[in-house]
Design a protein around this ligand. Structure first.
Ligand code: PLP
Length: 423
Protein backbone atom coordinates (compact mmCIF):
# COMPACT_ATOMS: atom_id res chain seq x y z
CA UNK A 1 0.00 0.00 0.00
CA UNK A 2 1.44 3.37 -0.97
CA UNK A 3 1.33 6.25 1.51
CA UNK A 4 -1.23 9.00 0.80
CA UNK A 5 -0.15 12.68 0.90
CA UNK A 6 -1.75 13.03 4.32
CA UNK A 7 0.16 9.95 5.62
CA UNK A 8 3.35 11.61 4.41
CA UNK A 9 2.47 14.92 6.07
CA UNK A 10 1.76 13.06 9.32
CA UNK A 11 5.15 11.32 9.04
CA UNK A 12 6.89 14.69 8.60
CA UNK A 13 5.03 16.28 11.51
CA UNK A 14 5.86 13.31 13.75
CA UNK A 15 9.57 13.54 12.87
CA UNK A 16 9.65 17.27 13.67
CA UNK A 17 7.81 16.66 16.92
CA UNK A 18 10.16 13.86 17.99
CA UNK A 19 13.18 16.02 17.12
CA UNK A 20 11.72 18.83 19.18
CA UNK A 21 11.03 16.52 22.12
CA UNK A 22 13.91 14.08 22.03
CA UNK A 23 16.78 15.18 19.78
CA UNK A 24 17.51 18.86 19.24
CA UNK A 25 14.62 21.37 19.38
CA UNK A 26 16.71 24.36 18.26
CA UNK A 27 18.03 22.49 15.22
CA UNK A 28 14.55 21.33 14.20
CA UNK A 29 13.29 24.92 14.45
CA UNK A 30 16.23 26.22 12.40
CA UNK A 31 15.65 23.68 9.61
CA UNK A 32 11.97 24.58 9.44
CA UNK A 33 12.80 28.30 9.48
CA UNK A 34 15.08 27.70 6.46
CA UNK A 35 12.09 26.30 4.56
CA UNK A 36 12.96 22.61 4.77
CA UNK A 37 9.58 21.38 6.04
CA UNK A 38 10.31 17.81 5.03
CA UNK A 39 12.43 14.80 6.06
CA UNK A 40 14.90 12.66 4.16
CA UNK A 41 13.93 9.19 3.01
CA UNK A 42 16.48 7.64 0.65
CA UNK A 43 19.46 8.59 -1.48
CA UNK A 44 21.32 7.57 -4.60
CA UNK A 45 24.33 9.06 -6.44
CA UNK A 46 24.20 12.85 -6.06
CA UNK A 47 20.55 12.87 -5.00
CA UNK A 48 18.78 12.78 -1.64
CA UNK A 49 15.04 12.09 -1.80
CA UNK A 50 12.54 13.31 0.77
CA UNK A 51 9.44 11.39 1.90
CA UNK A 52 7.41 13.24 -0.73
CA UNK A 53 9.65 11.66 -3.38
CA UNK A 54 11.36 14.93 -4.34
CA UNK A 55 15.03 14.59 -5.29
CA UNK A 56 17.53 17.18 -4.00
CA UNK A 57 21.05 17.57 -5.42
CA UNK A 58 23.32 17.11 -2.41
CA UNK A 59 25.81 20.00 -2.45
CA UNK A 60 26.40 19.75 1.29
CA UNK A 61 27.49 16.19 0.81
CA UNK A 62 28.06 15.24 4.39
CA UNK A 63 30.03 17.63 4.22
CA UNK A 64 32.70 15.85 2.26
CA UNK A 65 31.32 12.38 3.03
CA UNK A 66 29.66 11.50 -0.28
CA UNK A 67 32.55 11.85 -2.73
CA UNK A 68 31.69 8.55 -4.44
CA UNK A 69 27.97 9.32 -4.14
CA UNK A 70 25.22 7.93 -1.96
CA UNK A 71 24.79 4.16 -1.89
CA UNK A 72 27.45 3.32 -4.44
CA UNK A 73 26.62 -0.23 -5.67
CA UNK A 74 30.15 -1.52 -5.04
CA UNK A 75 30.10 -0.33 -1.42
CA UNK A 76 26.58 -1.63 -0.82
CA UNK A 77 27.50 -5.05 -2.26
CA UNK A 78 30.60 -5.25 -0.03
CA UNK A 79 28.54 -4.28 3.03
CA UNK A 80 25.81 -6.83 2.30
CA UNK A 81 28.41 -9.54 1.91
CA UNK A 82 30.10 -8.52 5.16
CA UNK A 83 26.80 -8.35 7.06
CA UNK A 84 26.16 -11.96 6.13
CA UNK A 85 29.66 -12.94 7.18
CA UNK A 86 30.75 -10.92 10.23
CA UNK A 87 29.87 -7.24 10.78
CA UNK A 88 31.97 -6.67 13.91
CA UNK A 89 35.31 -8.09 14.96
CA UNK A 90 35.97 -10.58 17.78
CA UNK A 91 38.82 -8.18 18.62
CA UNK A 92 41.08 -11.09 19.44
CA UNK A 93 41.53 -12.96 16.18
CA UNK A 94 43.09 -10.91 13.42
CA UNK A 95 40.67 -8.90 11.30
CA UNK A 96 41.78 -9.36 7.69
CA UNK A 97 39.46 -6.66 6.35
CA UNK A 98 41.14 -4.06 8.57
CA UNK A 99 44.56 -5.18 7.32
CA UNK A 100 43.38 -4.93 3.71
CA UNK A 101 42.03 -1.40 4.20
CA UNK A 102 45.27 -0.33 5.94
CA UNK A 103 47.35 -1.71 3.06
CA UNK A 104 45.20 0.20 0.54
CA UNK A 105 45.65 3.42 2.53
CA UNK A 106 49.43 2.88 2.56
CA UNK A 107 49.31 2.49 -1.23
CA UNK A 108 47.52 5.79 -1.86
CA UNK A 109 48.97 8.05 0.85
CA UNK A 110 52.11 10.08 0.06
CA UNK A 111 55.67 9.58 1.32
CA UNK A 112 56.51 6.88 3.83
CA UNK A 113 53.10 6.64 5.47
CA UNK A 114 52.58 2.96 6.17
CA UNK A 115 50.66 2.10 9.36
CA UNK A 116 47.02 2.97 10.07
CA UNK A 117 44.88 3.06 13.19
CA UNK A 118 41.14 2.98 12.49
CA UNK A 119 38.56 4.77 14.60
CA UNK A 120 35.03 6.00 14.04
CA UNK A 121 35.16 9.71 13.20
CA UNK A 122 37.38 12.55 12.10
CA UNK A 123 37.65 13.99 15.60
CA UNK A 124 38.82 10.63 16.94
CA UNK A 125 41.42 10.47 14.18
CA UNK A 126 42.76 13.85 15.30
CA UNK A 127 42.74 12.75 18.96
CA UNK A 128 44.76 9.67 18.03
CA UNK A 129 47.22 11.68 15.95
CA UNK A 130 47.80 14.09 18.86
CA UNK A 131 48.34 11.17 21.24
CA UNK A 132 50.81 9.55 18.85
CA UNK A 133 52.79 12.81 18.75
CA UNK A 134 52.88 12.87 22.56
CA UNK A 135 54.05 9.26 22.69
CA UNK A 136 56.71 9.68 20.02
CA UNK A 137 58.09 13.09 20.94
CA UNK A 138 57.17 13.32 24.66
CA UNK A 139 56.46 17.01 23.99
CA UNK A 140 53.11 18.63 24.87
CA UNK A 141 53.19 21.67 22.56
CA UNK A 142 51.23 21.85 19.29
CA UNK A 143 51.13 24.68 16.78
CA UNK A 144 47.75 25.00 15.06
CA UNK A 145 46.06 27.66 12.96
CA UNK A 146 43.42 30.30 13.57
CA UNK A 147 40.06 29.33 12.05
CA UNK A 148 41.01 25.64 11.77
CA UNK A 149 38.44 22.92 12.37
CA UNK A 150 39.61 19.54 13.62
CA UNK A 151 36.49 18.25 15.41
CA UNK A 152 34.63 18.81 18.66
CA UNK A 153 36.16 16.38 21.18
CA UNK A 154 38.41 18.07 23.76
CA UNK A 155 41.76 17.44 22.06
CA UNK A 156 40.50 18.15 18.56
CA UNK A 157 38.70 21.24 19.84
CA UNK A 158 41.92 22.43 21.47
CA UNK A 159 43.62 22.20 18.07
CA UNK A 160 40.71 23.97 16.37
CA UNK A 161 40.77 27.71 15.96
CA UNK A 162 37.17 28.92 15.92
CA UNK A 163 36.10 30.68 19.13
CA UNK A 164 32.35 29.89 18.89
CA UNK A 165 32.75 26.17 19.48
CA UNK A 166 35.67 26.49 21.92
CA UNK A 167 34.96 29.28 24.38
CA UNK A 168 32.07 27.61 26.29
CA UNK A 169 34.29 24.58 26.97
CA UNK A 170 37.40 26.29 28.28
CA UNK A 171 39.79 25.46 29.81
CA UNK A 172 40.81 23.17 26.96
CA UNK A 173 44.05 21.18 26.72
CA UNK A 174 47.18 23.20 27.49
CA UNK A 175 50.07 23.52 25.06
CA UNK A 176 48.20 24.63 21.93
CA UNK A 177 49.16 27.87 20.23
CA UNK A 178 47.40 29.29 17.18
CA UNK A 179 48.96 31.28 14.36
CA UNK A 180 47.45 32.80 11.20
CA UNK A 181 46.79 30.23 8.46
CA UNK A 182 48.94 30.67 5.35
CA UNK A 183 51.82 32.34 7.22
CA UNK A 184 54.77 29.93 7.37
CA UNK A 185 56.98 32.41 9.22
CA UNK A 186 54.41 32.56 12.04
CA UNK A 187 54.71 28.78 12.44
CA UNK A 188 58.49 29.03 12.59
CA UNK A 189 58.23 31.69 15.28
CA UNK A 190 55.74 29.67 17.35
CA UNK A 191 57.95 26.57 17.49
CA UNK A 192 60.08 26.16 20.62
CA UNK A 193 61.56 23.22 22.55
CA UNK A 194 58.17 22.24 23.97
CA UNK A 195 56.51 21.77 20.55
CA UNK A 196 56.06 18.23 19.20
CA UNK A 197 53.90 18.93 16.18
CA UNK A 198 52.28 21.34 13.78
CA UNK A 199 48.71 20.47 12.74
CA UNK A 200 47.11 21.93 9.63
CA UNK A 201 44.34 21.42 7.12
CA UNK A 202 45.95 21.78 3.66
CA UNK A 203 42.89 23.86 2.74
CA UNK A 204 40.86 25.17 5.66
CA UNK A 205 37.31 23.90 5.13
CA UNK A 206 35.12 25.04 8.03
CA UNK A 207 36.99 28.36 8.20
CA UNK A 208 35.30 29.19 4.89
CA UNK A 209 37.16 27.21 2.19
CA UNK A 210 40.51 28.99 2.44
CA UNK A 211 43.45 27.83 0.36
CA UNK A 212 46.89 28.99 1.57
CA UNK A 213 49.37 30.75 -0.72
CA UNK A 214 51.18 28.41 -3.12
CA UNK A 215 54.27 26.90 -1.54
CA UNK A 216 52.94 27.20 2.04
CA UNK A 217 52.83 23.46 2.74
CA UNK A 218 56.33 22.98 1.31
CA UNK A 219 57.65 25.77 3.52
CA UNK A 220 55.94 24.35 6.60
CA UNK A 221 57.37 20.91 5.78
CA UNK A 222 60.89 22.41 5.65
CA UNK A 223 60.36 24.33 8.90
CA UNK A 224 59.17 21.17 10.68
CA UNK A 225 62.11 19.15 9.34
CA UNK A 226 64.61 21.75 10.47
CA UNK A 227 63.06 22.00 13.94
CA UNK A 228 62.58 18.24 14.34
CA UNK A 229 58.83 18.71 14.76
CA UNK A 230 56.16 16.39 13.33
CA UNK A 231 53.72 17.63 10.68
CA UNK A 232 50.12 16.39 10.99
CA UNK A 233 47.98 17.09 7.94
CA UNK A 234 44.27 16.84 8.68
CA UNK A 235 42.77 15.58 5.42
CA UNK A 236 39.49 14.47 7.00
CA UNK A 237 37.60 16.77 4.64
CA UNK A 238 40.12 17.54 1.87
CA UNK A 239 41.26 13.94 1.38
CA UNK A 240 40.20 11.22 -1.06
CA UNK A 241 39.72 13.14 -4.32
CA UNK A 242 37.67 16.03 -2.89
CA UNK A 243 40.06 18.73 -4.13
CA UNK A 244 40.95 17.06 -7.44
CA UNK A 245 43.99 15.11 -6.20
CA UNK A 246 43.91 12.06 -3.94
CA UNK A 247 45.03 14.26 -1.04
CA UNK A 248 45.17 18.04 -1.06
CA UNK A 249 48.85 17.87 -0.03
CA UNK A 250 49.62 15.93 -3.25
CA UNK A 251 49.12 19.20 -5.15
CA UNK A 252 52.32 20.51 -3.52
CA UNK A 253 54.13 17.17 -3.41
CA UNK A 254 54.27 17.33 0.39
CA UNK A 255 54.03 14.28 2.65
CA UNK A 256 53.14 14.69 6.33
CA UNK A 257 54.41 12.57 9.23
CA UNK A 258 50.83 11.79 10.20
CA UNK A 259 47.71 12.13 8.07
CA UNK A 260 44.17 12.05 9.46
CA UNK A 261 41.25 10.74 7.41
CA UNK A 262 37.51 10.32 7.83
CA UNK A 263 34.32 11.33 6.04
CA UNK A 264 34.65 9.97 2.45
CA UNK A 265 36.73 7.02 3.68
CA UNK A 266 33.47 5.28 4.65
CA UNK A 267 32.27 5.28 1.03
CA UNK A 268 29.26 7.38 1.97
CA UNK A 269 27.86 4.43 3.88
CA UNK A 270 29.82 3.83 7.09
CA UNK A 271 31.30 6.03 9.81
CA UNK A 272 35.07 5.65 9.95
CA UNK A 273 38.16 7.67 10.81
CA UNK A 274 41.85 6.85 10.56
CA UNK A 275 45.31 8.18 11.24
CA UNK A 276 48.28 6.94 9.30
CA UNK A 277 51.97 7.38 10.00
CA UNK A 278 55.46 6.06 9.26
CA UNK A 279 57.08 2.87 10.54
CA UNK A 280 59.53 4.93 12.59
CA UNK A 281 56.82 6.91 14.41
CA UNK A 282 54.65 3.79 14.84
CA UNK A 283 57.43 2.31 17.00
CA UNK A 284 55.79 4.35 19.80
CA UNK A 285 53.05 1.69 19.89
CA UNK A 286 55.44 -1.26 20.13
CA UNK A 287 55.85 -1.42 23.94
CA UNK A 288 52.11 -1.63 24.49
CA UNK A 289 50.08 -2.45 21.37
CA UNK A 290 46.85 -1.53 23.19
CA UNK A 291 48.04 1.82 24.52
CA UNK A 292 45.48 3.37 22.16
CA UNK A 293 42.38 1.37 21.18
CA UNK A 294 38.73 1.61 20.18
CA UNK A 295 35.99 -1.02 20.52
CA UNK A 296 34.44 -0.32 17.13
CA UNK A 297 37.49 1.14 15.37
CA UNK A 298 38.54 -0.97 12.39
CA UNK A 299 35.33 -2.99 12.40
CA UNK A 300 34.95 -5.24 9.35
CA UNK A 301 31.92 -3.41 7.97
CA UNK A 302 33.57 0.02 8.00
CA UNK A 303 36.82 -1.40 6.60
CA UNK A 304 35.04 -3.17 3.73
CA UNK A 305 33.39 0.17 2.91
CA UNK A 306 36.79 1.93 3.01
CA UNK A 307 38.48 -0.58 0.73
CA UNK A 308 35.59 -0.44 -1.74
CA UNK A 309 35.59 3.40 -1.63
CA UNK A 310 39.32 3.56 -2.41
CA UNK A 311 38.79 1.17 -5.34
CA UNK A 312 35.88 3.23 -6.68
CA UNK A 313 37.92 6.46 -6.51
CA UNK A 314 40.61 4.84 -8.68
CA UNK A 315 38.30 2.93 -11.06
CA UNK A 316 36.03 5.89 -11.75
CA UNK A 317 38.88 8.42 -11.88
CA UNK A 318 37.16 10.60 -9.33
CA UNK A 319 40.16 12.90 -8.87
CA UNK A 320 39.82 13.91 -12.54
CA UNK A 321 36.04 14.19 -12.19
CA UNK A 322 36.36 16.40 -9.09
CA UNK A 323 38.71 18.69 -11.04
CA UNK A 324 36.48 18.85 -14.14
CA UNK A 325 33.13 19.23 -12.41
CA UNK A 326 34.72 21.57 -9.88
CA UNK A 327 35.97 23.87 -12.66
CA UNK A 328 32.49 23.88 -14.24
CA UNK A 329 30.78 24.64 -10.92
CA UNK A 330 33.28 27.31 -9.84
CA UNK A 331 32.99 29.11 -13.19
CA UNK A 332 29.18 29.14 -12.85
CA UNK A 333 29.26 30.37 -9.25
CA UNK A 334 31.75 33.09 -10.16
CA UNK A 335 29.57 34.24 -13.06
CA UNK A 336 26.58 34.64 -10.71
CA UNK A 337 28.77 36.27 -8.03
CA UNK A 338 30.00 38.87 -10.54
CA UNK A 339 26.40 40.08 -10.98
CA UNK A 340 26.07 40.86 -7.25
CA UNK A 341 29.28 42.63 -6.20
CA UNK A 342 27.50 44.26 -3.23
CA UNK A 343 26.25 40.94 -1.86
CA UNK A 344 29.00 38.47 -2.73
CA UNK A 345 32.67 38.86 -1.86
CA UNK A 346 33.96 35.91 -3.88
CA UNK A 347 33.44 32.31 -5.06
CA UNK A 348 36.54 30.16 -4.45
CA UNK A 349 37.98 26.73 -3.74
CA UNK A 350 39.67 23.76 -5.38
CA UNK A 351 38.12 20.74 -7.06
CA UNK A 352 34.74 20.12 -5.45
CA UNK A 353 35.58 21.89 -2.21
CA UNK A 354 34.00 25.23 -3.09
CA UNK A 355 32.58 28.14 -1.15
CA UNK A 356 30.83 31.44 -1.86
CA UNK A 357 31.53 34.21 0.63
CA UNK A 358 28.65 36.62 1.17
CA UNK A 359 29.11 40.08 2.65
CA UNK A 360 26.43 39.20 5.22
CA UNK A 361 25.60 35.77 6.69
CA UNK A 362 21.82 36.44 6.73
CA UNK A 363 21.87 37.10 2.99
CA UNK A 364 23.78 33.83 2.50
CA UNK A 365 21.15 32.08 4.63
CA UNK A 366 18.35 33.36 2.38
CA UNK A 367 20.29 32.13 -0.67
CA UNK A 368 20.58 28.66 0.96
CA UNK A 369 16.80 28.61 1.52
CA UNK A 370 16.24 29.77 -2.08
CA UNK A 371 18.42 26.93 -3.38
CA UNK A 372 16.47 24.53 -1.17
CA UNK A 373 13.26 25.64 -2.87
CA UNK A 374 14.91 24.62 -6.17
CA UNK A 375 15.90 21.26 -4.65
CA UNK A 376 19.59 21.89 -4.07
CA UNK A 377 21.00 21.27 -0.59
CA UNK A 378 23.77 23.44 0.81
CA UNK A 379 24.84 24.99 4.13
CA UNK A 380 27.33 27.46 5.54
CA UNK A 381 30.77 26.52 6.87
CA UNK A 382 30.95 25.97 10.65
CA UNK A 383 33.51 28.64 11.56
CA UNK A 384 32.46 31.13 8.87
CA UNK A 385 28.68 31.57 8.52
CA UNK A 386 29.17 34.06 5.68
CA UNK A 387 30.46 31.25 3.44
CA UNK A 388 28.03 28.92 1.66
CA UNK A 389 29.69 25.63 0.74
CA UNK A 390 29.37 23.46 -2.37
CA UNK A 391 30.70 19.93 -1.86
CA UNK A 392 28.67 17.66 -4.14
CA UNK A 393 29.62 14.05 -4.89
CA UNK A 394 32.28 13.72 -7.61
CA UNK A 395 29.85 11.46 -9.49
CA UNK A 396 27.58 14.48 -10.09
CA UNK A 397 26.78 14.97 -13.79
CA UNK A 398 27.48 18.09 -15.86
CA UNK A 399 23.73 18.56 -16.22
CA UNK A 400 23.24 18.43 -12.45
CA UNK A 401 25.99 21.04 -12.05
CA UNK A 402 24.05 23.31 -14.42
CA UNK A 403 20.96 22.81 -12.23
CA UNK A 404 23.00 23.74 -9.13
CA UNK A 405 24.24 26.92 -10.81
CA UNK A 406 20.73 28.02 -11.82
CA UNK A 407 19.42 27.19 -8.31
CA UNK A 408 22.23 29.31 -6.87
CA UNK A 409 21.32 32.17 -9.24
CA UNK A 410 17.71 31.85 -8.04
CA UNK A 411 18.76 31.80 -4.37
CA UNK A 412 20.91 34.91 -4.76
CA UNK A 413 18.13 36.68 -6.71
CA UNK A 414 15.70 36.01 -3.82
CA UNK A 415 18.32 37.15 -1.29
CA UNK A 416 18.94 40.36 -3.29
CA UNK A 417 15.21 41.12 -3.37
CA UNK A 418 14.90 40.61 0.40
CA UNK A 419 18.02 42.75 1.03
CA UNK A 420 16.63 45.51 -1.22
CA UNK A 421 13.24 45.45 0.52
CA UNK A 422 14.94 45.61 3.96
CA UNK A 423 17.17 48.57 3.10
N1 PLP B 1 38.90 17.51 10.70
C1 PLP B 1 38.38 18.21 9.68
C2 PLP B 1 39.30 18.90 8.73
C3 PLP B 1 37.00 18.30 9.51
O1 PLP B 1 36.49 19.02 8.51
C4 PLP B 1 36.16 17.63 10.44
C5 PLP B 1 34.69 17.71 10.31
O2 PLP B 1 34.14 18.51 9.60
C6 PLP B 1 36.75 16.90 11.48
C7 PLP B 1 38.13 16.86 11.58
C8 PLP B 1 35.90 16.19 12.48
O3 PLP B 1 35.29 15.09 11.90
P1 PLP B 1 34.03 14.40 12.61
O4 PLP B 1 32.88 15.34 12.51
O5 PLP B 1 33.84 13.13 11.83
O6 PLP B 1 34.43 14.14 14.02
Amino acid sequence: MTATPSDVDAQIDAAFERYAKHVNPAFAALIKFMGFDTVEDRAEGALVYDVRGRGYIDCLGGPGVFTIGHRHPKVIAALKDQLDRMPLSSRLLLNRWQAEAAEKIAEVTPGELQYTFFCNSGAEAVEGALKLVRLHTRKPGVVATIGAFHGKTFGALSASGGAVHKTPFEPLLPGFRHVPFGDAAAIEEAIDDTVGAVILEPIQSEAGIIAPPEGYLRQVREICDEAGVLLILDEVQTGLARTGTMFACDAEGVAPDIITLGKALGGGAMPIGAFTSTAEIWEAFRDNPLIHSSTFGGNPLACRAATAALEVIAEEQLCDKARERGAQLLAGLQKVAAQYPDLIVEARGRGLLLGVEFADSDVGGIAIAGMGARQVLSAYTLNAPKVVRFEPPAVITGEQIDTVISAFAHGVRVAAEVARAAS
